[in-house]
Ligand binder design. Structure first.
Ligand SMILES: NC(=O)c1ccc[n+]([C@@H]2O[C@H](COP(=O)([O-])OP(=O)(O)OC[C@H]3O[C@@H](n4cnc5c(N)ncnc54)[C@H](O)[C@@H]3O)[C@@H](O)[C@H]2O)c1
Length: 304
């Protein structure tokens, strides 16, 4: 089981602070560093969590605005940066967040030579690519949450539709975490039963479920301003998988090298998670339409 791990969370906004809280509640770290350019915010969030320590597995929480706090982390989770405003796409954030990453990532990397970096800030595929570049780390130790969240949303909606637990739905959303992502219908199944053979299957309903998945962030942001609970659960699951060397398969954003002919771009494909990061990417069967969608690289891949 998980013994002793230091997890640093950079950015103590909605996502970072909820992620730190979720990691604490799940007892996944012996030490958590919560770092934000706004040190007071980090302090306020950390104090609020620490006041509940009586009810949690013991962990040290350190906080502030100094990157030195993240030294020697097993995993650093980057949630820092601007977030989407109503009507803004993830790509609109690219320029703002790329600038932040250029100065932030080298600060993290030089203090964590042996660690793993998990990128959450958007556009996550572009920022994962930039984190690789600015850290100089190997592509197996830098990856983004990618379509892990979209896949969770997809499985939730399919689970509701077919009246099964989302855990029993085997279906992926792959590609970009953004508007060009796509569902892999060709292999989607519940207990080995293809979706199109399930009672309640209808092409129109399935398309509706995917559209709802793809647009979920816009819907939540327009109603409450930000999304942070579900992404924090995704972060927590990834951290658990890494620390416990679980070899769980999750669709995360990694640097592709010859994946269906695609190279030198970060996109989500099912990947095996182990103690040192990404063990390998699985080449999943795709039909011709799905291959075309994967190869139809998002606008983000053309950004610097
Ligand atoms: N990948 C996903 O599935 C997913 C899901 C939800 C949100 N997000 C993204 O996560 C990011 C954070 O969202 P949020 O709602 O928490 O935003 P937020 O504005 O609440 O928090 C961002 C925090 O980053 C801090 N920050 C900015 N520059 C910094 C720096 N250089 N060093 C340290 N801290 C810095 C800010 O002070 C702020 O507290 C956004 O980019 C958002 O789009 C990703």
């Amino acid at each position: 089981m998980i013994m002793k791990a230091k997890i640093s969370v950079i950015g103590a906004g909605f996502v970072g602070s909820t992620a730190a809280y979720t990691l604490l509640v799940n007892g996944l770290a012996s030490e958590i560093a919560l770092i934000d350019i706004n040190g007071e915010r980090a302090e306020g969030e950390a104090l609020d969590m620490m006041h509940g320590m009586q009810f949690l597995r013991r962990a040290k929480v350190i906080y502030g605005s100094d990157y030195e706090l993240c030294r020697d982390s097993d995993i650093t989770v980057i949630c820092a940066g601007a977030h989407q405003q109503t009507g803004e796409t993830r790509l609109d954030l690219a320029a703002k967040n790329a600038k932040i990453f250029k100065s932030m990532v080298p600060e993290i990397a030089r203090r964590n030579r042996g660690g793993i970096i998990l990128v959450v800030a958007n556009p996550v595929d572009v920022l994962t690519y930039l984190t690789l570049k600015y850290s100089g780390f190997s592509p197996d130790r830098v990856f983004g949450t990618g379509t892990a969240l979209d896949t969770a949303r997809f499985r939730f909606l399919l689970g509701e539709h077919f009246h099964v637990n989302p855990n029993s739905v085997h279906a992926y959303v792959l590609g970009e975490h953004g508007d060009s992502e796509f569902p892999v219908w060709s292999s989607a199944n519940i207990a080995g039963v293809r979706l199109r053979e399930m009672d309640g299957y209808g092409r129109k309903q399935m398309d509706g479920i995917f559209e709802k998945t793809r647009d979920a962030a816009y819907e939540v942001i327009s109603k409450k301003g930000a999304t942070y609970y579900s992404i924090s659960l995704v972060i927590s699951k990834i951290v658990r998988s890494l620390l416990s060397d679980s070899h769980d398969v999750m669709p995360v954003s990694t640097l592709l090298k010859g994946y269906y002919g695609i190279s030198d771009v970060c996109l989500s494909v099912p990947s095996v998670l182990c103690r040192t990061g990404i063990d390998r990417r699985l080449v999943v069967p795709l039909d011709e339409a799905e291959k075309r969608k994967l190869k139809n690289l998002p606008a983000s891949s053309k950004l610097p």
